[in-house]
Write a new protein. Structure first.
Length: 125
């Protein structure tokens, strides 16, 4: 994303040639749409550019915190690129640590009244 924006700036200044991709990027920015060159690299969405960037920033923060600190106690599933993969890995990791048979294990959801992730102080065992 950063390199394409830099290239667009350079093309608008006349430092490099304007390609079809850069023109499409500029038109998408002007009209508030997600650029096609970016949408190929992200989950499918119907969001406009502003809402997509907001969502992207939240996703990026979740990933950065995970890398820089630790696995979060609370996961924003829709912020993951492929949430099903995370859930599968969670089941597999739990089975390994507990010595359970993977083919006899499953996952269930317990809905709580917690609304703020700060309320969760420890990870489930």
């Amino acid at each position: 994303m950063s390199s394409t924006i830099s290239d667009l700036k350079r093309a608008l200044k006349g430092e490099i040639g304007m390609s079809a991709d850069l023109e499409s990027l500029g038109n998408s920015f002007f009209n508030g749409f997600l650029p096609p060159m970016w949408s190929k690299l992200a989950p499918q969405t119907q969001k406009n550019l502003v809402n997509w960037i907001t969502h992207f920033d939240k996703r990026n923060k979740q990933y950065r915190d995970w890398i820089d600190f630790e696995e979060p106690k609370v996961i924003w599933l829709s912020g993951l690129h492929i949430p099903e993969s995370y859930l599968t890995a969670l089941i597999q990791t739990t089975c390994r640590s507990k010595g359970w048979a993977l083919d006899k294990s499953g996952m269930y959801t317990n809905v709580t009244k917690h609304l703020d992730p700060i309320e969760i102080t420890k990870r489930l065992d």
